[in-house]
Design a protein around this ligand. Structure first.
Ligand code: PMV
Length: 315
């Protein structure tokens, strides 16, 4: 038997950065993301005559990854009794560079395992397991705009903003030096700005949901930038300081701010890596891309709104 699932990446507009409950992955605030259609993970699970083995992007995963994935799979009923499986996983985008590969990775693995072990959970039920692999992964189970309610589960937000695009400007796709899991724990424990982060992010999630439902793109963009800036400021205030931003990242932010002065609706966000994501609308893509090229940012990917994670093959 072989089951293959595909899951998209998602980029948070209102960020998740820090857990109140580490074990059960309960974040301090709700986060809201946009599922994208540019990069995804495809993962297959097949029966094998050998004990559990994982191959990631064509290479046998490290011992550490094996331990992590095995303990994750223990949350699926039937895994312990049927653990002779081969998992093959491929990311179409860069891995561990702040481009949500762990989000699409754990979402694809969850959807594949759910079907392979016949657990029959809905996406909302599956989120409670998926988030244990990577918090943001639970949001990749659904398409479009997705809210991760910190005390319950995921939910798709209906929005008239269907022409939204995201341009991912690739600054550096090397593996990040500090994993987001470690960095967010340090931030919670040491950043004096953390209480402000919690308060502002909780307020921002409510406002973002309203703006998405109303179709107020200006507000969506403004809240997106504020959330990213406050997250990076909060982690920068940690001891020792944590920073994923590079000079070239700021150059992109500055360019986007200049474009805004010329009435181009474009806003930036960044995650645990130096790559900058620009959120805009379809009609302005051409102008922004022209400007990126003029300023020498030639490495970028344009994305539309992505669909939910799903099983794509089964035999
Ligand atoms: O889900 P994790 O543990 O990879 O953390 C994700 C953290 C950010 O990407 C920076 C923010 C987010 O909400 O996706």
């Amino acid at each position: 038997m072989k089951v293959t699932a595909k899951a998209p990446i998602n980029i948070a507009l209102i960020k998740y950065w820090g857990k109140e409950d580490e074990k059960n992955v309960v974040p301090y605030n709700d986060s809201i993301s946009l599922t994208l259609d540019c990069y995804y993970t495809e993962t297959s699970i097949s029966s094998s005559d050998r004990p559990f083995q994982m191959v990631l992007n064509g290479v046998v995963a490290s011992m550490e990854d094996h331990i992590h994935i095995e303990s994750f799979l223990n949350h699926f009923e039937g895994f312990k009794e049927n653990s002779n499986i081969l998992i093959e996983s491929k990311n179409t985008g860069p891995t561990a560079a702040g481009l949500a590969s762990s989000a699409s990775g754990f979402a694809a693995l969850s959807v594949a395992a759910n079907r392979y072990f016949k657990n029959n959970r809905s996406a909302e039920e599956l989120a409670s397991i998926t988030k244990l692999g990577s918090g943001s992964a639970s949001r990749s189970l659904l398409g479009g705009f997705v809210q991760w309610h910190r005390l319950s589960t995921i939910e798709q937000i209906e929005s008239p903003l269907q022409d939204v695009k995201m341009i991912i400007v690739l600054i550096d796709t090397n593996k990040k030096e500090i994993a987001s899991k470690v960095a967010m724990k340090k931030t919670v424990e040491t950043s004096p700005l953390y209480p402000i982060w919690i308060r502002k992010s909780r307020e921002a999630a409510i406002l973002m949901r309203e703006a998405l439902e109303k179709g107020d793109f200006q507000k969506v963009g403004q809240l997106t930038e504020e959330s990213a800036l406050l997250m990076h400021a909060t982690m920068y205030a940690s001891t020792p300081a944590i920073s994923y931003i590079q000079d070239a990242s700021w150059d992109v932010w500055n360019l986007v701010h200049e474009l805004r002065k010329q009435q181009v609706p474009a806003f930036c966000t960044m995650d645990a890596g130096p790559n900058v994501k620009i959120i805009t609308r379809d009609a302005y893509l051409k102008t922004i891309i022209e400007q990126l090229k003029i300023y020498g940012f030639l490495d970028f990917v344009v994305s539309g709104i992505g669909k939910k994670a799903e099983v794509v093959d089964e035999n």
